[in-house]
Design a binder for this molecule. Structure first.
Ligand code: FES
Length: 103
C-alpha cells in the first residue's frame, strides 16, 4: 500500500498541498480548525488540480479554480456541479509532527 509522509509545517492552515501517493496525485488539506484530510487532486469535471495556487478551501469545502465545482473534503462528495462524480478520498493519520497519507 502506497504511503506519503509530510510534516505538519509543510501545509499552512486553510491551504492545500499536492503530493504523490504511489501513482496518484493527492491533495492534502489542512483546515483552519487544524484538521487534516486528503482526496484526489484531480477534479472529476475536467481534470484541473484542486491544489492550484494553494487551493480555494473554505471550512470543509474545496472549490475547483476552473469552473467552480465544490466538493466536501471529508467524503469527496460533490456539493456544487458541474462536477458529477465524487473525489476519491485517502486515509490521513497524524503522529506527532508528521502527517501520514495512505491509499
Ligand atoms: S475542472 Fe473542476 S470544475 Fe471544471
Amino acid at each position: 500500500m502506497a504511503k506519503f509522509k509530510l510534516s505538519k509545517g509543510d501545509v499552512e492552515k486553510g491551504k492545500v498541498k499536492a503530493v504523490k501517493v504511489g501513482q496518484e496525485e493527492v491533495a492534502v488539506y489542512h483546515t483552519e480548525a487544524d484538521e487534516w484530510f486528503a482526496t484526489s487532486d484531480i477534479c472529476t469535471h475536467e481534470q484541473c488540480n484542486l491544489s492550484y495556487e494553494g487551493g480555494k478551501l473554505q471550512g470543509h469545502e474545496i472549490e475547483c479554480d476552473c469552473h467552480g465545482s465544490k466538493f466536501d473534503i471529508r467524503t469527496g462528495a460533490v456539493i456544487l456541479p458541474p462536477a458529477m462524480e465524487p473525489l476519491k478520498t485517502f486515509k490521513v493519520q497524524t503522529e506527532g509532527e508528521n502527517v501520514l497519507i495512505e491509499e
